[in-house]
Design a protein. Structure first.
Length: 578
């Protein structure tokens, strides 16, 4: 595999991106936008008025998150309420009522997010299981697509829907059905979050329900289910690897088309065997024509041939007559021995360097190793490499180890790593590679239980929980909100009003996303999982892993299941009523 090295660059992360994007200039501009759209009456007050200075009122405990939430509300009001409402009346109280209702909903959800939802269990266990089922059902449907009992008119979407039937995605009237489903779900959410007097106000309730169901939830599902948006998110998150990808593309390390090698084909295997047999055959011929030295002090002639093989072929010319090869080797060996003795007699210290250490080592008899010992060393070397890699990844420094060890575990669930490891096994087709499957089972049955008994399991669980808390930190939440605003309102215009993306641009973005994932994939892990020797082979495996996410209708099944999962965790009353 090509060694991927870069020059000294600063690594940009989501946290630094979010913090750097929030500057006083942008905050002032957003605040002016919020007041102009949502609170126009405040602009008529004097600049020293306390009501104007404290506007807009806080929604959550984070001013940065409040700024992004007010931006979402202002964009919704500007694009979907203001165009028709200003034709009816100029009354501004209706805007204030909409903002009050949305603020109340967000505050109720914030309390449940922070105090009632176990995000570690939701992300590491429940969501991982849903994604694994999605991959498994997609490949089952694809395998049945061209079978005789499936029929020639059955599509991949229909077969997948048979594996995961969902009420919101009936194929006959899918668009209308999913909107009706989201309306019913949103109405139940408003019933639980709003006060009775606010919920009984039909005008406000129906308008807020349409805003949330049709404009927010439906558009979020449509956008996140689009493969183009998935590739765009990957490119945004891995933007720091873009210079490396461009450098490798300039060096032609990637092929112009998506590589599709077949590592299990007979042609590849025969080619590998021929390459391995050629040097072996050549060595056997050399061994048959080599004369053993009579004196034990003279060095073996084949050691010199190895040194000659390491030299560039352009530096030496092949002998014209095959009969002169053996005398040249013997004369060269004796000549080199005489030169070494001459240099040693002249007092060259370099010729005697290390002689005492080697003589002392030869005093001890060489230990004879059994075939079983050598076999075990070969079999356990990948596990030893994997263990050292895991230890280096989880505890890069002693300070980080102490930080993880002192963390108090909040979730009651254990073995948090196993659901996502099962997803890795399904996504990268581990069961289709016998050697890798055997190694996977050996680690699962022998190595991983031993690690858990020695306390490594608790350390891994704490590390994963800290990772989830970091993902849901304030800076990262601001970054996610900014990313969502960029996806829904690119250049300040709602997504559906923009120009459609061409197929060529979608294909270029897909290739770029795959290559960013390729260069960000650990080289050691790529060799262990895929036995990939170059970037094209690794990109092919990344392409296969992303294939179940390349159909928007199929992705909607996953998105609706995730919506149902999150709603059931945040509002368990919905499940109890059912």
């Amino acid at each position: 595999m090509v060694k991927r090295t870069t020059t000294t660059t600063t690594t940009t992360t989501a946290t630094t991106t979010a913090s750097s994007s929030s500057t006083p200039t942008t905050d002032a501009a957003l605040r002016s936008f919020h007041l102009r759209v949502l609170f126009p009456h405040i602009l008529s007050l004097p600049k020293t008025d306390p009501e104007r200075l404290n506007a807009p009122p806080p929604i959550t405990r984070s001013p940065a998150i409040d700024s992004e939430l007010y931006t979402y509300i202002a964009l919704l009001v500007r694009d979907f309420i203001h165009p028709w409402y200003r034709v009816v009346t100029n009354d501004q109280e209706f805007y204030a009522e909409i903002v009050r209702i949305l603020t109340l909903i967000i505050q109720q959800l914030e309390d449940r997010f922070c105090n009632q939802v176990d995000w570690t269990e939701l992300i590491l266990i429940s969501a991982a299981n849903l994604v694994s089922i999605h991959y498994h059902d997609y490949r089952q449907a694809k395998a049945r697509l061209f079978m005789s009992h499936a029929g020639s008119t059955v599509s991949l979407e229909a077969l997948f829907h048979g594996e995961q039937p969902h009420f919101a995605l009936q194929k006959e009237r899918s668009d209308q059905q999913q909107v009706e489903y989201l309306r019913a779900l949103t109405d139940e959410i408003l019933k639980l979050l709003l006060k009775p007097e606010d919920y009984n106000n039909d005008c406000v309730r129906h308008l807020v329900r349409e805003l949330l169901a049709n404009l927010v939830f439906n558009n979020i599902i449509e956008v996140l289910a689009d493969p183009y948006v998935i590739h765009l998110i990957i490119c945004k998150l891995l933007d720091s690897y873009t210079p490396l990808v461009e450098e490798l593309e300039a060096l032609d390390k990637f092929s112009s088309v998506t590589p599709q090698p077949n590592p299990f084909s007979d042609s590849n295997k025969n080619g590998d065997n021929d390459n391995k047999q050629k040097p072996l055959k050549k060595q056997l011929e050399e061994a048959q024509t080599t004369t053993m030295p009579t004196s034990p002090s003279s060095p073996p002639s084949h050691s010199l041939s190895k040194q000659q093989q390491k030299r560039p072929r352009a530096a030496t010319s092949p002998p014209k007559d095959s009969e002169t090869i053996q005398p040249e080797k013997e004369s060269m060996a004796s000549h080199m021995q005489r030169l070494q003795e001459k240099r040693r007699l002249e007092g060259d210290d370099l010729m005697d360097a290390g002689r005492e250490e080697l003589d002392a080592a030869h005093k001890y008899e060489r230990q004879r190793l059994s075939f079983i010992y050598i076999t075990l060393q070969v079999m356990l070397s990948p596990f030893r490499t994997l263990w050292l890699y895991v230890i280096a990844a989880f505890t890069q420094s002693q300070e980080r180890y102490q930080q993880v060890a002192k963390h108090t575990k909040r979730t009651r669930h254990v073995r948090l790593l196993e659901p996502w490891m099962h997803f890795v096994r399904v996504a990268f087709l581990v069961d289709d590679r016998p050697v890798l499957q055997w190694m996977w089972y050996m680690v699962g049955m022998f190595l991983w239980p031993l690690v858990r008994v020695l306390g490594g399991g608790l350390l891994v669980d704490k590390f994963l929980e800290q990772t989830i808390l970091h993902i849901l930190s304030e800076d990262n939440l601001v970054y996610y909100l900014q990313l969502g605003r960029y996806l829904l309102w690119p250049n300040g215009t709602f997504l559906r009003k923009g120009e459609p993306v061409s197929d060529e641009e979608k294909e270029r973005l897909r290739i770029r996303a795959e290559r960013l994932l390729t260069v960000s994939f650990p080289e050691t892990l790529g060799k262990m999982l895929f036995e990939a020797d170059d970037l094209d082979q690794l990109q092919f495996h990344i392409h296969s892993a992303l294939e179940p996410l390349q159909n928007q209708y199929i992705n909607k099944h996953l998105m609706f299941l995730l919506v149902d999962l999150v709603a059931s965790k945040i509002l368990p009353e919905l499940v109890e009523e059912c």
